[in-house]
Ligand binder design. Structure first.
Ligand code: GTB
Length: 217
């Protein structure tokens, strides 16, 4: 059955891979599943046809036959459940990998998004200069804890899993800020994720959309 996802017609990041379709593309590439992409404009995202797929008028969405999903956590979990390569077979290891997916989305991503909001949307407010260091500290607190847990390991719990895919995707948003450089093991962890052939294919595919150049790989 054909899998179709939605992505920005033109991502505000110009193809740096930070929009959330990249994590879904990555999961599909890890699982070896071909997919099609329907590009949507900001306007089309708020129109009834897209709102029927995504109640909040966002990308990405995922369609497979009669099934339509939104929310990257749910989409990546669905892909990981149905195809080999993203979740371990052992039940306890699988539960731990899923826990890391939730940790990425519920515990690590919120302060990172808060920082993006503080910088991009609130940077011109008179109180921004005072607030920004507080928000940055909350990000650093989480990174310090994650860094301590990862220690010298390659991945969060044994082999690469959907938990790592989600955590690396979340941390990538910090790359332009340089904050990750304060945590060398996390910077190396993100680089390991980016070096995976499946990530490269996903990145190149979204880059091609945003630059008009065909993927090289
Ligand atoms: N919780 C949802 C999920 O994980 O699927 C969040 C989905 C979401 O935030 N989608 C964004 C969207 O559709 C695109 S990814 N926004 C349009 C809207 O809400 O009207 C967020 C994003 C956008 C741009 C950049 N960037 O330019 O760097 C990075 C991330």
């Amino acid at each position: 059955m054909t899998i179709t996802i939605t992505a920005f017609e033109r991502s505000p990041d110009g193809g740096r891979g930070l929009a959330r379709d990249t994590r879904v593309r990555w999961a599909l590439e890890e699982a070896g599943q071909p997919y099609e992409v329907r590009l949507v404009s900001f306007r089309a995202m708020k129109e009834p046809a897209h709102l029927a797929l995504h109640p909040f008028g966002q990308i990405p969405t995922y369609e497979e036959g009669d099934l339509a999903l939104f929310e990257t956590g749910s989409i990546v979990f669905h892909i990981a459940e149905r195809h080999a390569g993203l979740l371990p077979d052992d039940a306890d290891a699988r539960a731990r990998a899923i826990t890391w997916m939730f940790a990425a989305l519920n515990t690590v991503e919120p302060p990172i998004l808060e920082l993006a909001t503080a910088r991009v949307l609130e940077g011109d407010k008179p109180w921004s200069k005072e607030r920004l260091p507080l928000v940055e500290d909350r990000v650093r607190d989480r990174l310090k804890q994650l860094s301590a847990r990862l220690a010298g390991a390659d991945w969060l719990d044994g082999g690469f899993s959907a938990g790592d895919l989600m955590m690396v995707s979340v941390l990538l948003r910090l790359k332009p800020s340089g904050i990750l450089d304060g945590y060398p093991n996390l910077a190396a962890y993100v680089a390991r994720g980016e070096a995976r052939p499946a990530y490269k294919r996903a990145f190149d595919a979204q880059l091609a959309v945003n630059t008009g150049k065909p993927p090289t790989g």
